[in-house]
Design a protein. Structure first.
Lengths: 298, 196
């Protein structure tokens, strides 16, 4: 018994109020009930707390949830209803100012705005979905432009020993549409030096070229071949001593009058002095004749 | 005094509490009948408070049914029972409450609002009971209830300071006066109702 009575001191005024509002849980509720039967002091405190709670309700000092609990758990007996009547009479008698309604908390004020059942939210979601659909359609149809806009023009790598894109991807007789997209402005040092050579050129009459400056400088050779020539060619760039400086294969003629074969050579692959290009047809073993094209580098 | 819970099951209605059982109960609680009456009221008040806290919609009925059952058993237990008698009520109440919970739920009947006439009578009784208070108590209670919200807190601190007591002591004093007022007003209302 002594031990039990010591427990009564554990109950604060707040615990007593929570008991009255039916908010004690499990073990706490059981302990409170036991103490209420064996401890007179707790009973006295509880009786006084009943008056205070009724007063607070009458003076509108309870929160919304406390008010609800008060109505559901407190106002269950005639005795308590009579206490509330007296509390209201005291309020009317003494309170100098009218009792204002409980001001809603920030949460209570904001809660309606986040109520998803509000029509405003429905419209907002519908608009959002519409925007997403339109955005998706726009992205799908305009993707290439956007990608180009987003990604800056990269530094173009120097052309290597490969046929020009047009040669590689479009046969001379192809009817595929010409790609009209304007190419981005070339960086000055990337502009190839165009050199047009004819097979008839002798060593003495070989044109002189000045190599463009720059790490990635390119010389574009255009070798004129006889009209109507077809097939696949290989070009070897040699010095007069026979040293191979550069080779390019799978070259196809372009144009008809005159036909020509075009390929790019890195400027740094060339050596000063006399050079020659040997053009050999590779697709037909019976017609493997070679043509020589001479030029001088200074 | 109601001896049979009106909301009880039909089987319970058959068991009307006999006067001799009730007298035996009071004798068991205390030799002095007046003291027994006080104990009886306290036990009943506690039962009602607990049942209300548990959410029982008819706490007074269940409390009365509990007391009835104990009264019927007193004959069997009075010679052998040891310990706090009030605790025995708690055990019986748990059983009765369990039975109540198994019954179909009844709609909660809200107490009707106090009508205008009744309100006026309560105000009249309040004034009369205030007049009956000692001047010190009346002054204290008037000050205690004058302000609301933050002004109330400030005022109560000031009153406590003026009286040279702690705020908690002031609160207890005020609530005790409030309790007296309640008793007085209840009596006043009962008397006024009894008048033709």
């Amino acid at each position: 018994m002594e031990n039990r009575q010591n427990h009564s001191h554990q109950f604060s005024d707040d615990s007593i109020r929570r008991f009255l509002l039916g908010r004690l849980q499990g073990r706490e509720q059981t302990l409170f009930e036991e103490q209420l039967f064996i401890n007179g002091d707790l009973e006295v405190r509880l009786r006084l707390a009943e008056f205070e709670l009724a007063d607070d309700y009458a003076f509108k000092r309870l929160t919304e949830s406390e008010t609800k609990a008060f109505r559901e758990r407190y106002l269950l007996t005639t005795d308590r209803n009579q206490k509330l009547n007296v509390s209201q009479a005291i309020r009317d008698r003494f309170l100098t100012e009218p009792v204002a309604e409980i001001k809603p908390t920030v949460y209570q004020r904001l809660r309606p705005w986040f109520d998803l059942r509000r029509p405003a939210w429905r419209y907002a979601f519908a608009t959002l979905i519409l925007v997403l659909i339109l955005g998706t359609v726009f992205l799908v149809t305009k993707e290439s432009r956007i990608v180009r806009r987003i990604w800056p023009d990269r530094f173009k790598p120097a052309p290597h020993a490969s046929p020009t894109p047009q040669m590689m991807n479009h046969s001379p007789g192809s009817s595929s549409p010409v790609h009209d997209e304007p190419s981005p402005p070339a960086v000055p040092h990337e502009s190839p030096l165009d050199v047009s050579l004819t097979a008839a050129s002798s060593i003495d009459q070989a044109p002189v070229i000045t190599l463009p400056v720059g790490e990635n400088a390119v010389v574009r050779f255009q070798l004129l071949i006889k009209d109507g020539a077809q097939g696949v060619y290989r070009a070897d760039l040699l010095t007069t001593s026979g040293e191979t400086l550069f080779s390019a294969g799978s070259l196809k003629p372009l144009g008809a009058k005159p036909a020509s074969i075009s390929f790019d050579v890195p400027a740094k692959a060339l050596k000063n002095g006399q050079n020659q290009i040997r053009l050999t047809r590779t697709d037909d073993p019976a017609r493997q004749e070679s043509s020589q094209y001479y030029f001088r580098v200074q | 005094m109601k001896f049979v819970g009106q909301g009880m099951s039909p089987a319970k209605h058959l068991k009307d509490l006999r006067q001799e059982d009730f007298d035996r109960l009071l004798d068991w609680l205390a030799a002095d009948r007046e003291a027994a009456g006080v104990i009886y009221e306290k036990i009943r008040w506690r039962l009602v408070a607990i049942l209300a806290a548990r959410g029982c919609l008819v706490p007074e009925e269940i409390a009365d049914e509990t007391i009835d059952r104990v009264a019927r058993r007193v004959r069997d237990i009075q010679d052998s029972y040891e310990g706090d008698k009030a605790i025995y009520f708690l055990g019986v109440m748990n059983n009765v409450h369990h039975e109540y919970l198994r019954r179909p739920a009844l709609p909660h009947l809200v107490e009707p609002e106090q009508n205008v006439e009744s309100k006026e009578q309560t105000h009249l009784c309040l004034d009369r009971c205030l007049d009956k208070l000692a001047p010190y108590s009346r002054q204290l209670i008037e000050k205690y209830y004058t302000e609301n919200k933050q002004a109330k807190i400030d005022l109560r601190k000031r009153i406590a300071r003026e009286l040279g007591i702690k705020s908690t002591t002031l609160r207890l004093r005020a609530l005790r006066i409030r309790e007296k007022l309640q008793t007085c007003i209840q009596h006043c209302l009962e008397v006024s109702e009894a008048r033709p």
